[in-house]
Design a binder for this molecule. Structure first.
Ligand code: BG6
Length: 471
């Protein structure tokens, strides 16, 4: 059996009736219960403002699980729900947190070996009072195992991220803080690193003398899904590029280190990303917005928030120097697809039909790998075609949903696949100047049709960089 939680734990979910908790956390916890990955003693405590009984909250949790899965095993579900409790309270009231602490103590009994976990599944605007009250109400006890989990984006820009890190470290030790980017819980994303690690032949090809450019695409068919309040503040650059896509680039460009230095190597790769001075940003980024975005509920009628972004970045590492990375993401596009395409240098002039070698790593959509080689077709004249080596990235065994895997690792105190403070800072160092540039009224915002491939200008833009998207 793979990683299993053996220590008893109490998990408080702040924002217990919210979108993230219902969409991701409860279904993930159910999967862990179903796969016998949870200990005998544990408690999941929802905390939110709405008054609710334990029974009403369990009904909400059950509904979220039934919505997530077409088939549910009743025994596992009932057993899981037995561990679920609810506390209602105000995020800015110490008395609510004292009540919460008493409930946690009742559930934990006299034992001091329970791991206490706080999951902030709430908008960043309430992080601050929650963190303060967890500390002053002594829910956090420095003598016992403790985890504070927060989801990306950590802050809104470098300054707010720094303030948040300050609040976190003001109360907790760095090893107690788990900054979660769910992309780092995806098997296929982790596999970027392991593909390089386990395949020296591939790893030797990953260098600037052989690679022409790399494309990282994260297209979504969904729109903003009732999250206007958040998205209007964030936009696609902060929402998707700031963490998810930069981390994919880091996993491709980082040094292959052992477990010990893994996070440091990932940080180093982020720090090596080069951003030109402000006047030159114009050429490396392009933004778009889907038609109809400003008619979405909660969106300002004159909103200039981007729902599409394309960006060209370079790494300063000697191995990758000069290789452009084209990152793009957008909402309401023609399909959901997350893909890396590594384009190798142009082949020698071998003959008609030959195209550059290419490696596609498809992370979402029909996840898999495709390597395009060139082969001569039979005949007296040299004529070539692509030979496609293709395999789906199937899950043979111990696959878990991303939040389930990350929760298990957090229970164990394993931080390798969580963001370090340095990584958060490094990502904002890249994003902040770009965001300033995009927010200027003079920066164009290109409209695109829902269900398309993004703005037509993005094709012309990459064309100016001497290549094209692999659509
Ligand atoms: C989240 C973003 O981090 O990632 C969402 O806030 C986005 O806007 C989502 O839709 C995409 O995640 P996934 O796992 O569906 O690719």
């Amino acid at each position: 059996m793979g990683l299993t939680a053996t220590e008893p734990f109490s998990l408080v979910v702040f924002g217990g009736s919210g979108h993230l908790a219902k969409m991701k956390l409860y279904p993930s916890l159910y999967v862990l219960a179903l796969k016998n990955r949870l200990p005998k003693d544990y408690a999941v405590i929802g905390f939110a403002r709405t008054e609710m009984s334990d029974a009403e909250f369990r009904a909400l949790v059950e509904e979220s699980i039934r919505t997530a899965f077409s088939e549910v095993t009743q025994k596992a579900l009932t057993e899981f729900l037995d561990h679920v409790r609810y506390v209602s309270g105000e995020y800015d009231q110490q008395s609510s947190f004292e009540e919460l602490r008493k409930q946690i103590e009742r559930l934990e009994g006299k034992s001091s070996d329970w791991v206490r976990m706080m999951y902030l599944s709430v908008p960043p605007s309430v992080f601050s009072p929650i963190l303060k009250n967890v500390c002053v109400a002594k829910i956090h006890d420095p003598k016992r195992a403790f985890r504070c989990i927060i989801e990306k984006p950590v802050g809104h820009d470098a300054a707010s991220a720094e303030a948040l890190i300050g609040e976190l470290t003001g109360c907790f030790k760095e090893e107690d803080v788990f900054m979660l980017d769910h992309y780092l819980g995806k098997e296929a994303v982790r596999n970027i690193y392991y593909l390089r690690y386990a395949n020296p032949i591939l790893e030797r090809l990953f260098k600037n003398t052989l690679i022409h450019h790399v494309e990282i695409t994260a297209h979504e068919s969904a729109g903003i899904e009732n999250r206007a309040g958040y998205f209007e503040q964030a936009g696609a650059l902060r929402d998707m590029l700031q963490s998810h896509l930069l981390l994919i680039m880091a996993l491709l460009t980082m040094r292959l280190e052992g477990d010990e230095d893994f996070r440091f190597a990932r940080l180093n790769a982020l720090e090596q990303i080069y951003l030109p001075p402000a006047p030159d940003l114009r050429g490396i980024i392009l933004q778009g917005q889907y038609e109809g975005y400003t008619k979405e509920e909660g969106v300002a009628k004159n909103s200039r928030v981007n729902t599409y972004c394309a960006l060209q970045l370079l790494s300063r590492t000697s191995r990758w120097q000069g290789v452009p990375f084209f990152l793009r993401t957008g909402k309401r596009l023609n399909k959901k697809e997350t893909r890396i395409s590594v384009l190798f240098q142009e082949p020698h002039k071998v003959g008609p039909g030959a195209t550059p070698n290419r490696l596609d790593i498809i992370l979402q959509g029909e996840a898999g790998m495709r390597l395009y080689l060139q082969t001569k077709v039979g005949g007296t004249e040299p004529q070539f075609r692509s030979l496609l080596l293709e395999d789906p990235l199937v899950c043979y065994g111990d696959c878990l949903p991303e939040h389930a895997l990350l929760l298990l690792e957090a229970i164990h105190g394993k931080q390798q696949w969580f963001l370090s403070h340095g990584e958060v800072r490094a990502a904002w160092r890249i994003i902040d100047p770009l965001q300033v540039h995009l927010s200027q009224p003079s920066t164009p915002l290109h409209l695109y049709t829902s269900g398309s491939n993004g703005p037509a200008e993005a094709d012309a833009w990459i064309g100016k960089h001497g290549t094209q998207w692999m659509n």
